[in-house]
Design a binder for this molecule. Structure first.
Ligand code: AMP
Length: 276
C-alpha cells in the first residue's frame, strides 16, 4: 500500500494504477462502515484509493473540527488489510492554500435537513469532493447510505457538472443493536451509548407502522418524535419523511421515501435514516 501526503506525489502514484480506479473519501477514524466501502471499491475495480482528510470547510464554527477523532496509524493498518492500493492524506494548508476562494454550490438538495441544521456544511463537502475527484480522477466513488443526503448531493454535483464518475451508494453498517456505526459514536459515554439505540428504534417503528398501513407522513413523524422523547438523554433536531430523490417533504408516504433524523444524545449529534 502506497501513501501520498502531497498532491504532486498523489498524482504521480495515481498514474501508475490500473484503471478503473475506485475511490473512497473519508475523514478517518475508520470503522466497518468505511471498510465496507473500501472492500466494494476493491472488488469492483483493479485499484482502490482512499483519502483521509478531516475537511475544515465542512465544519461550522461551533462544531467539532478540533475534537474530531483521529488515529491515522490505526487507519493505515485497517486500509492495508482491506487491500487498499493508495492512501491520500493531505494537509489542510495544501488543500486550501490561502487565499482560497472557490466554492462548489449545488443548490436545492443542499438547502434542507443537514443543510438547514449545518449551514455551509454541504458547500464544504462538495468543494472538497470536487477537489479530491480532480486530484485522484477515479472512475467510481463510493459513499455510505448512512449520510443519505450527502450521497444525493454528490450525485447531483456529478450530474450537473458532467463529472465522469459513477457514484456508488452502499448500505449503512450497524452495531448488533441497530446503532449506525459512526466515528462520532466514540463521544458517547456508556449511558449515552445505550440511549443512542433510540434512533434506529424510531426508524424501525416508522417502517413497521408503514408496513401495517400508515401512509400519513405527519402521523409517522409524530410517532417517531414521540418514541425519541421517551428517552431522557435524547433531543430531536429534525425528523423528515421526504422523497428519496428530491428531498421534498411528503404528506403521503410513497416509495422510495427517505425517513431521516438528527438527534442529540447528550452533547453528541447523531444522524440516521432508512428508505421505505
Ligand atoms: P466520514 O469519514 O464520516 O466522512 O465517512 C466517509 C464515508 O463512509 C461516507 O461516505 C459515509 O457515508 C460512509 N459511512 C460512514 N459511516 C457508515 C456506516 N455506518 N455504514 C456505511 N457507510 C458509512
Amino acid at each position: 500500500m502506497k501513501i501520498a501526503e502531497k498532491i504532486d506525489d498523489m498524482r504521480k502514484l495515481r498514474r501508475r494504477l490500473t484503471e478503473p480506479v475506485g475511490f473512497v473519501p473519508t475523514m478517518g477514524y475508520l470503522h466497518e462502515g468505511h471498510l465496507s466501502l473500501v472492500r466494494k471499491a476493491r472488488t469492483e475495480n483493479p485499484s482502490a484509493v482512499v483519502s483521509i482528510f478531516v475537511n475544515p470547510m465542512q465544519f461550522g464554527p461551533q462544531e467539532d473540527f478540533v475534537s474530531y477523532p483521529r488515529n491515522t496509524q490505526h487507519d493505515l493498518a485497517l486500509l492495508d488489510k482491506a487491500g487498499t492500493d493508495l492512501v491520500f492524506i493531505p494537509q489542510a494548508d495544501e488543500v486550501y492554500p490561502q487565499p482560497f476562494s472557490a466554492r462548489v454550490e449545488i443548490g436545492k438538495v443542499t438547502e434542507r435537513l443537514e443543510g438547514t441544521a449545518r449551514p455551509g456544511h454541504f458547500r464544504g463537502v462538495t468543494t472538497v469532493c470536487a477537489k479530491l475527484f480532480n486530484i485522484i480522477q477515479p472512475q467510481r466513488a463510493y459513499f455510505g447510505q448512512k449520510d443519505a443526503q450527502q450521497a444525493i448531493v454528490i450525485k447531483k454535483m456529478v450530474t450537473d457538472l458532467n463529472m465522469n464518475i459513477e457514484i456508488v451508494t452502499l448500505p449503512t453498517v450497524r452495531e448488533p443493536d441497530g446503532l449506525a456505526l459512526s466515528s462520532r459514536n466514540t463521544y458517547l459515554n456508556p449511558h449515552e451509548r445505550q440511549a443512542a439505540v433510540v434512533l434506529y428504534q424510531a426508524l424501525s417503528l416508522a417502517q413497521q407502522l408503514y408496513a401495517n398501513g400508515e401512509k400519513n407522513a405527519e402521523r409517522l413523524r409524530q410517532e417517531i418524535i414521540g418514541l425519541i422523547q421517551q428517552q431522557p438523554l435524547a433531543n430531536v433536531d429534525y425528523v423528515s419523511i421526504a422523497n428519496a430523490e428530491t428531498l421534498d417533504e411528503l404528506d403521503t408516504v410513497k416509495p422510495p421515501a427517505l425517513v431521516s433524523l438528527a438527534v442529540k444524545i447528550g452533547r453528541t449529534r447523531l444522524i440516521d435514516n432508512i428508505v421505505i
